[in-house]
Design a protein around this ligand. Structure first.
Ligand code: SF4
Length: 245
């Protein structure tokens, strides 16, 4: 395990990034530019600290008693971890060899770079589906949706456990055609264990300001609980197992 990569940091005891309490590694480097990104400080690869995968796994192993006691595991997030796919895979394989449940939180765009065998090192994929309609996805992220949907279908074909996360942004991702398209697409994926609907809020703005970046959603209100409930109801009506995050 000689791969080196860049990470922003890692945190412990997250209850939101997979089953149990998670130790979450935040990698740097992302090719998306989501309008609501909470972590613009992870966009550039070399903004992180360089670390050897083996060293990182050793550090994470210090939390083994805690991880096992809570039924948790290790989640690699970012940034976009697949920007550094060899490093990310090396860390995931190292964690799996130590008996940790492993999760990959990804936007899915670079999923083609993972082989079917690579995917066996990942117990859970948390797929951030930013939108379904191509024009909406392009507007939200600056990138095409097709590779993301292709990866989602491949995970389903392989029967890999997957959670989907969707951020509801008023005036951006909440169009009826986008939501209906998303629901219709997801219901075809019989590997989906859950769908999370997250309300947009303005808390991410601080980092944009600190980095001197112009925040595109300054005038966008938070998604209301009622709006989230309507989307949850729509997805559930399609037979999806949805949780409000
Ligand atoms: S994929 Fe994640 S890290 Fe990348 S821009 Fe979007 S929200 Fe930010």
């Amino acid at each position: 395990m000689t791969e080196t990569g860049y990470i922003h940091s890692y945190t412990t005891a997250s209850a939101h990034d997979g089953p149990g309490l998670r130790t979450v590694v935040w990698t740097t480097g992302c090719h998306f530019r989501c309008q609501y990104c909470h972590n613009p400080d992870t966009w550039h690869l070399t903004a992180g600290r360089k670390v050897c995968a083996a060293t990182l796994v050793e550090e994470l192993a210090c939390y083994a008693p805690f991880i096992h006691a809570t039924g948790g595991g290790v989640t690699i997030s970012g940034g976009e971890p697949l920007v550094q796919a060899p490093f990310t895979l090396s860390v995931l394989r190292g964690c799996k060899a130590r008996g940790f449940h492993t999760a990959l939180d990804t936007n899915g765009f670079l999923g083609d770079c993972l082989t079917d065998e690579d995917l066996t090192a990942i117990d859970l994929v948390i797929l951030d589906l930013k939108s379904y309609l191509p024009e909406t996805h392009r507007l939200v992220t600056g990138k095409e949706v097709a590779p993301v949907l292709r990866f989602a279908r491949r995970l389903a074909a392989l029967g890999r456990p997957t959670w989907v996360r969707f951020v509801l942004v008023p005036g951006l991702t909440n169009g009826q055609a986008n939501l209906e398209g998303l629901a219709t697409f997801m219901v075809e994926l019989d590997n989906l264990e859950r769908v999370e609907v997250l309300p947009f809020h303005q808390l991410g703005r601080t980092k944009w300001d600190q980095l001197g970046l112009s925040y595109p959603l300054t005038c966008t209100p938070p998604a209301s609980p009622e709006a989230v409930a309507r989307v949850v109801a729509l997805f559930r009506a399609h037979g999806l197992r949805v949780v409000e995050a």
